[in-house]
Design a binder for this molecule. Structure first.
Ligand SMILES: NC(=O)C1=CN([C@@H]2O[C@H](COP(=O)(O)OP(=O)(O)OC[C@H]3O[C@@H](n4cnc5c(N)ncnc54)[C@H](OP(=O)(O)O)[C@@H]3O)[C@@H](O)[C@H]2O)C=CC1
Ligand SMILES: Nc1nc2c(ncn2[C@@H]2O[C@H](COP(=O)(O)O)[C@@H](O)[C@H]2O)c(=O)[nH]1
Ligand SMILES: [K+]
Length: 477
């Protein structure tokens, strides 16, 4: 990347400070752009879900990997539970969604409590493995919550034989005016497909391991038996290890990376967080394949206000990516991403992948429960991984005194409401939006790949008014 007119500013910048200018392009279509990430971790779109307890769990991991991204399971989850999640994710179909299933005598209340767990909004009623009905949210309205599903389901629903050509699935569902249908092998339920799912599976390539199963990642902290934890995660089949701590450029973190590298073999090791070239080089030297960049940009993060420490994220990514690339390695831009443009600009700055936490908290697939705020707006609760709430959970096995002492050092928000966007309530809706934005961004730069976007990007620095001009105006002024 370079700055417009070679006018490199003498101060650090974040995403909102910069804009990209269009360049002469030979890329004729946004569909010609290949967003496979250059870090060789296996992602086919540059999206990684941050290792945050309220956000990254099994449904998030499954859904995002099916579209080519990766979710990092947090270090606070017990390792045997991570193992269960990894086996479960790896048992998921790479094309079809996991259906929500209940029996004919299950109740409307049960169906409604599960429906918010997935974006497709239907429950499949199953008997001896065979789909005998489909229940929608609409069918559950205006009936007693104890009503059995056999009374409200659409019986003998349209089913799709496994392996049906995806455009055909789309056309059949459109012709029948239904949004989702059970997928069957013989008469046995093997998955669920929606119209949008058929479209997405035709556009995206899932992120998979060498056995063709969905890709997984898990984080470890820097305390305790780090190598032992890493070995246990590897034994459970985790594909990418993330050594994660607030201050990645401390000796303890460097030692943790060395310890993980020593047991990781060919498994990619990601480590952070840092914001300087020196920090990047030290983590690469210790064995990191990918360095995670970002101190303080996160939406749940109070580090900069508490400590004055951090660095505007665009410049941090640019400097660290340059240092990593000199050593043949890569960086992930971690935190502060709120719009598709931020993802595009992080890639322009040289990131190989972009980590997103809070933006994905307000989706059906995030780990938290779905709430209604009383006005009909749906939200999930989220919290930072250095908040008092997370520290309390992480230190549960320590003495009361030690826990209270650790709680003094909170650097994150313990409670926030992340509203679901009614137009984009599922994480796949957000992925669609991000991928559309980034593909378009690449064609404006004349780039066909993530690396070319970084090489060709020409950026300028804008005023707050310049940024504001770019925002849409949904009302008259
Ligand atoms: N990207 C960011 O800006 C930040 C991210 N986070 C996230 O919060 C989670 C928890 O991370 P973390 O707080 O590192 O907890 P960890 O449990 O990973 O432990 C951090 C270790 O580093 C030591 N340490 C030394 N200096 C610092 C420092 N300035 N801040 C924090 N620890 C320090 C701590 O010792 P002692 O407790 O005795 O000081 C402790 O032993 C991670 O997921 C991390 O990514 C947290 C803050 C910033
Ligand atoms: N300083 C803190 N940083 C945190 C905390 N919890 C998470 N994080 C960091 O934020 C990113 C995600 O950023 P987002 O803007 O997409 O939400 C995450 O990967 C961590 O690096 C915290 O409590 N304090
Ligand atoms: K912040």
């Amino acid at each position: 990347m370079r700055f417009l007119g070679d006018r490199r500013p003498d101060h650090d910048l974040t995403y909102s400070d910069v804009f990209m200018v269009p360049a002469h392009s030979t890329v004729g279509s946004r569909l010609e752009v290949d967003l496979t990430t250059p870090d060789r971790v296996g992602t086919t779109v540059p999206i990684v879900v941050a290792n945050m307890t309220a956000i990254s769990g099994r449904r998030m991991a499954e859904t995002v990997a099916r579209r080519g991204g990766l979710a990092v399971l947090p270090q606070d989850i017990p390792i045997d539970v991570v193992g269960e999640v990894v086996s479960w994710v790896k048992s998921r179909h790479t094309v079809y969604d996991t259906p929500i299933t209940l029996g004919p005598t299950s109740t409307v209340a049960e169906a409604l409590s599960l429906m918010g767990k997935r974006a497709h909004g239907v429950v499949v009623v199953v008997q001896a493995g065979r789909p005998v009905g489909v229940v929608t949210d609409g069918a559950c309205q205006g009936v007693d919550r104890f009503t059995q599903l056999s009374e409200v389901m659409t019986p003998e629903p349209l089913t799709i034989p496994a392996g049906t050509d995806l455009p055909k699935v789309f056309d059949v569902l459109s012709a029948e005016r239904i949004s989702a249908a059970p997928v069957v092998d013989g008469d046995q339920l093997v998955g669920l497909i929606t119209r949008k799912g058929a479209l997405r599976s035709a556009i995206y390539a899932p992120a998979v391991d060498s056995a063709g199963q969905l890709l997984t990642a898990a984080a470890v902290g820097i305390n305790g038996d780090v190598a032992g934890k890493a070995e246990a995660l590897l034994a459970h089949g985790v594909d990418v290890l993330v050594v994660d701590t607030a201050h990645g450029h401390q000796e303890k973190a460097v030692e943790a990376v060395r310890a993980v590298r020593a047991v990781a073999g060919t498994t990619p090791v990601v480590a952070g967080n840092v914001v300087t070239a020196e920090g990047t080089r030290d983590l690469v030297e210790a064995g990191a394949d990918v360095v995670k960049v970002g101190v303080g940009p996160g939406a749940m993060c109070t580090t900069r206000m508490m400590t004055g420490v951090g660095r505007p994220q665009f410049s941090a990514v640019e400097e660290c990516a340059a240092a990593a690339r000199e050593l043949g390695k890569h960086v992930w831009a971690d935190g502060g991403v709120k719009h598709p443009r931020d993802v595009a600009l992080a890639l322009a700055a040289g990131a190989a992948n972009v980590m997103i936490g809070s933006w994905f908290a307000g989706t059906y697939e995030s780990a938290g429960d779905l709430y209604d705020d009383g006005t009909g707006r749906k939200y999930k609760e989220s919290f930072g991984m250095a908040s008092a709430r997370a520290v309390k959970a992480r230190t549960a096995t320590q003495s009361g005194f030690d826990r209270a002492r650790a709680g003094l050092f909170e650097e994150g928000i313990s409670s926030s409401r992340m509203y679901l966007d009614p137009a984009r309530p599922g994480v796949e809706d957000l992925i669609d939006q991000i991928v559309a934005g980034v593909r378009s961004s690449a064609t404006y730069a004349g780039a066909r790949t993530v690396d070319e976007l970084h090489e060709r990007a020409v950026l300028g620095v804008q005023s707050a008014a310049g940024y504001e001009e770019g925002r849409p105006q949904p009302t008259s002024w």
